[in-house]
Design a protein around this ligand. Sequence first.
Ligand code: PXL
Length: 275
Amino acid sequence: MTENITAPRPAFTLTIAGSEATGGAGAQADLKTFQELNTYGMVALTCIVSFDPKDNWNHRFVPVEPQVIADQLEAIQTCYSGSLDTVKLGMMGSPATIDTVATALKSQSWKNIVLDPVLICKGQEPGHALDTDQALKSQLLPQATFVTPNHFEAEQLSGLSITNEAELIAAAKKIHEVSGAAVLAKGGVRIEGEDAIDVFYDGETLEVLREKKIGDLAVSGAGCSLAAAITAELAKGAAPLEAARTAKAFVTEGIRNRVAGQTPFDALWQGGRRN
Ligand code: PXL
């Protein structure tokens, strides 16, 4: 139904991601970022994470039924068929979810599929992630046009160990080789030195994005917000490198203006650059 609509419509952005109830990460971070960057955001929820204050803020994780994930995507993809061409993939959490999402993605063509290959969150054991890692590599990575691995995920996806800038560059190149996607490999606070560095590589251009570190602790929602900001910029027509630069600046301001709660980590504020 489109009568009497005269204003240009906002760019559409979809995230397929998990809920993180306290609002720092996951679908909440994505949606806030989409809105902040002037796009029309949508969510298909894959799982519900509730930190447990009685257990050191560890994650309680409940997957959404595969059929319910498929139903959400059917609603979204049918409602905006022909208009929606940009999607972000966040936390999947299980091979069954990845299967469902991979199938839904194949039902239409996309300009931009931004894969944030979330394997574990702060405080989780790496062992939980290995079957998800395999499914991500075989079913989602080949469809992605842009991938945003953090330090741990870049090691998993490249098979390389990463302790410095040169190794982060090598990993970004390897992940591009196996995926064909533009890559932003995030060093964050995990590579030693004064700067938080992220390596962009798309097969032609290599650029190391740098910002002075703001403290030495990882901030919840930084990775989600970075990938969501890339998604929003791509949806509005930016080129991949331009999207990565804008996203890095967005996240830096969000970290500078982070919010503190009772958790051992602070949360990024997506409205930070308004301060
Ligand atoms: O930051 C990664 C992440 C993504 N998605 C959800 C999460 C987290 C970390 O807490 O809970 C739902």
